[in-house]
Design a protein around this ligand. Structure first.
Ligand code: FAD
Length: 391
């Protein structure tokens, strides 16, 4: 191993592994550091959208992903029950998968290593190294070691220590969700549907969020819920209690465990989910942000794996292109790429995020959704096509 790299990636989740894989493929010497030893878990619904599957296919992981539990549709409870199929788009799969993050993320970090990235697990990044002009020139590890690089890709998740060490502000700071989930057994046939329950409330207020039951196969399900922080009283919500209330609405013959037992066994885990570009612009001299570190999750649905993969791949490519053509002080190309593909959708998404925080508006929207039984209208109202499979 050398102690100087073209690109150092902090964090080996979907964003970091995709970034490292792409940068290596584009000819860079790459180091990827993650504080965890894999397999490691990450609180998640474990639902892969068709778009996420398409990125894994592009990375050559199509066959591996196809082995996991297949999802062909979504069932919405608003509270009446209706179905949505995944949009059929040329060149895109028409299905998703349920995959535990222990398995998905290990597969991805191994893939980056097989491509040629140096991977150091159990290696915590404590912050960025900067030069006298403030340009990021490397990272500092927990033991004090510094690793120099022409470009650093910060893919270190929702709490991004690299971002915090740089004390960055963002134009879109503050858009986020809180989500909680647990994996458990359910006495029911394995389903091929992502079940999404829109009626969740706190002290009579309709919440801007949803509960879910995502099947993983072999009688196992991931059950959880999330809500965005534009709701005025979001800090007063006890997420575990709310999950217990939600689980009590699910069929009793599924024999789901009590939420207290899930808490005791540590199966229940909550996490923050930044969304709508909470690091914008998504670069500073010497550093690019990807995945949750950039707030890449969709403001409407919270789906973040596809966006972590997409932004990771783009960051890996743009970092190497910039290094070959002008150097590490200007990654405008990355900002342009992200903005061109998602800018418009995320502008709408941030507006949606603010509006749904008003319980009266959300209640009215849900009433319309529940009453108007036109599938195309419903799909549009839920931003379904853009959310799961669109640009
Ligand atoms: C409860 C919940 C449910 C969700 N459900 C879904 C879903 O069903 N489908 C979906 O698409 N999205 C879902 N999301 C969003 C999705 O989980 C994230 O958007 C996605 O994990 C982002 O990937 P990432 O690579 O950016 O970050 P992460 O997956 O968080 O990876 C970051 C990596 O950085 C490492 N790291 C952190 N700090 C350091 C450090 N100091 N040094 C070195 N390494 C470090 C971590 O160990 C980790 O491996 C959910 C989120 C939550 C909270």
């Amino acid at each position: 191993m050398t102690d100087r790299y073209d690109v150092v990636v902090a964090g080996g989740g979907p964003a970091g592994s995709a970034a490292a894989w792409q940068a290596v493929r584009n000819g860079a010497r790459v180091l990827l550091c993650d504080k965890a030893e894999f397999p490691r878990d990450k609180p998640c619904g474990d639902g892969l959208t068709p778009r996420a599957v398409s990125y894994l296919q592009k990375m050559g992981l199509g066959d591996e992903v196809a082995r996991f539990h297949r999802l062909n549709r979504a069932t919405i409870f608003s509270p009446s029950e209706w179905e949505l199929s995944f949009p059929n788009r040329p060149g895109m799969p028409d299905h998703g998968h349920g995959i535990r993050r222990t398995q998905l993320d290990t597969m991805l970090i191994d893939h980056a290593a097989s491509a040629g990235a140096d991977v150091r697990q159990g290696e915590e990044v404590v912050g960025a190294v900067t030069d006298e002009d403030g340009r990021v020139t490397g990272i500092t590890l927990k033991g004090g070691e510094q690793v120099r690089a022409d470009a650093v890709i910060a893919a270190d998740g929702a709490y991004s220590p690299v971002k915090r060490s740089l004390k960055l502000d963002s134009r879109y700071h503050g858009y986020s969700a809180i989500a909680i989930r647990a994996e458990m057994s359910a006495v029911r046939p394995d389903s091929d549907s992502l079940d999404i329950h829109l009626k969740i409330s706190h002290r009579g207020d309709q919440l801007p969020g949803y509960g879910w039951v995502f099947p993983l196969g072999d009688g196992r399900v991931n059950v959880g819920l999330g809500y965005v922080n534009s709701y005025r009283h979001w800090k007063q919500i006890n997420a575990a209690e709310l999950l217990g209330q939600f689980m009590a609405t699910l069929p009793p013959d599924w024999e789901l465990p009590p939420v207290g037992a899930l808490q005791k066994s540590k199966a229940l885990q909550g996490w923050r989910l930044p969304m709508g570009f909470t690091a914008w612009p998504p670069w500073r001299p010497g550093v690019l942000f990807a995945g949750d570190a950039m707030g890449a999750a969709r403001p409407v649905s919270g789906a973040g794996i596809s966006k972590a993969l997409q932004s990771g791949l783009a960051a890996g490519e743009c970092a190497v292109a910039a290094l070959a053509n002008g150097g590490p002080t200007d990654f405008t190309h990355y900002e342009q790429a992200v903005n061109a593909t998602w800018g418009r959708e995320y502008r709408r998404g941030r507006m949606f995020h603010r509006l749904v925080g008003v319980p009266a508006l959300t209640t009215a929207g849900l009433t319309v959704l529940d009453k108007v039984a036109h599938p195309r209208f419903r799909a549009r109202l839920l931003f379904w096509e853009n959310t799961l499979s669109g640009s």
